[in-house]
Design a protein around this ligand. Sequence first.
Ligand code: IMP
Ligand code: MG
Length: 181
Amino acid sequence: MERVMEEILIPEEEIKKRVQELGEEITKDYKGQEVLAICVLKGASVFMADLVRHIKVPLKFDFIAVSSYGDSTFSLGAVKILKDIDQDIAGKDVLLVEDIIDTGYTLNYLKRIFQARNPNSLKVCTLLSKPSRRKINVEVDYCGFEIPDKFVVGYGLDFRGYYRNYPYIFTLKEEIYRQEI
Ligand code: IMP
Ligand code: MG
């Protein structure tokens, strides 16, 4: 662990507190409505599981899997749907749940394809955002934490598929992920 971890950026307790706050805010905003929460696999799965338990309005959830990175840590701008959601979202109030917005390409793509399916509303909730890395301007409705330009893992986020199971968010030593380019 010491070999790869630089520092803990967001401890477990801080994540818990913020996820609860987001859930409460979403509950307030969607009062009288029903939410269709769409989790972007695999990174957002841990966040989604915790978040939905703080949303107190009728809710269904679904999953979509996209790929934009392969095993690399830098977005190539190309997004592909690996697994689509199972239902029609026309007329629904859709909440897209993401782990992190980096360049914004993935979210921009997802918003465009979902918008084209005519939901009643489409909002985005992301756990993390790296505003300094943005390549395309894309609106986010709920954001857990804004973080600096560092590669982070844990709480669902991975490096080459690993570290998703850690309950906190930590940065990797630069020499670990720089090898990727
Ligand atoms: P974007 O298209 O560049 O905004 O990339 C978004 C996706 O890249 C996220 O859903 C993550 O899967 C991945 N990603 C971006 N930055 C990080 C990071 O620091 N750690 C882990 N995954 C990341
Ligand atoms: Mg992701």
